[in-house]
Design a protein around this ligand. Structure first.
Ligand code: NCC
Length: 276
């Protein structure tokens, strides 16, 4: 089978992965009293378009990167889960336009999702590893973590903040792209928040810069820039097919290889941008 070039791969992603969020009229949600808590307009109509965007991975190698100013200079910045900015501004900046969170963060006691001010900046987008079929009914009855219960609670406490739930079809469309472009079978678990968030920004921005998803010369076993915890699986993956995701992003990169080494920086065109 023919191995796709970077531009071919970008084209495929653009055609085959649609970033869809839940809206109140979707079944089975339409029948639930809380459906009106879901934003009426899809995310891609509400946010952007932005010229230049940053996706900030949570990797330990962001430590001492000094990338904060560069990251904040983008029109929009996406961050993940419980990754903080306070105290780390020099390395990761302070702007948060979108916070992309998994359902584990919403549900686990240690993250204080309902009460911590960490989550009150920017637009929230949540996702949950759904069963492979991505049938909404099946997922609703079998979420990995109680995403819907927590969503309703959070919305009642913070009714003014925009808060989306990603349609699980996005996970599996993206997973399919990863699998179809790899020679060997990969684990049937959704891609990491890193790749999902990157694709989300590609649908909102002309250019997306992803920081420390592909590790720079600062590569470390430190899992997160904000925690004293080391595990190489954070960078290489265990549950998520992370290494494969990174291989694809490397192939799609339109910036110089040198930027990866020095800045951990990758440059991807947005889906609306014409490819040469
Ligand atoms: O670690 P996590 O991700 O929050 O990181 C966000 C994204 O950054 C990229 N990353 C992170 C660390 C690292 N050393 N290298 C990286 O490339 C990855 O793309 C990652 O997705 C997740 O994907 O949602 C994940 O969430 C954590 C955890 O749930 C949250 O941090 C909350 O504590 C998962 N860890 C566990 O379940 C223990 C992690 O596997 C994936």
């Amino acid at each position: 089978r023919h191995k796709l070039s970077g531009p071919e791969l970008l084209c495929q992603f653009k055609e085959m992965v649609q970033v869809i969020t839940l809206t109140p009229e979707m079944k089975p949600f339409a029948g639930f009293p809380w459906a009106s808590q879901l934003p009426p307009r899809p995310l891609t109509l509400e946010l952007g378009p932005f010229k230049t965007c940053a996706v900030v991975s949570s990797a330990g190698s962001l430590r001492n990167s000094g990338l904060g100013k560069e990251i904040d200079a983008h029109d929009a910045v996406l961050r993940f889960n419980c990754a903080p900015t306070v105290g780390f501004e020099k390395d990761v900046g302070s702007k948060t336009t979108v916070r992309f969170i998994n359902s584990q963060v919403m549900a686990s006691e240690d993250h204080h999702f309902l009460s911590s001010s960490l989550y009150s900046t920017g637009v929230l987008v949540a996702w949950d590893p759904a069963p492979y079929s991505s049938d909404l009914n099946e997922w609703y009855n079998k979420t990995d973590y109680p995403i819907f219960k927590q969503y309703q609670r959070y919305r009642r406490l913070h009714p003014q903040q925009l808060f989306y739930i990603l349609h699980p079809i996005v996970e599996w469309q993206l997973w399919r792209r990863v699998q179809d472009n790899m020679a060997e079978p990969i684990q049937k678990n959704p891609p990491s928040s890193g790749l999902l968030g990157t694709v989300l920004m590609m649908s909102l921005c002309d250019v997306v810069h992803v920081y420390e998803f592909l590790p720079s010369r600062r590569k470390t076993e430190l899992c997160h820039y904000y925690q004293r915890f080391t595990d190489a699986a954070c960078t290489l993956g265990a549950y998520h097919p992370l290494l494969y995701e990174k291989n694809l992003v490397k192939r799609m990169n339109q910036g110089p290889d040198r930027d990866i080494y020095t800045h951990g920086r990758v440059r991807l065109p947005g889906f609306k941008t014409e490819l040469q």
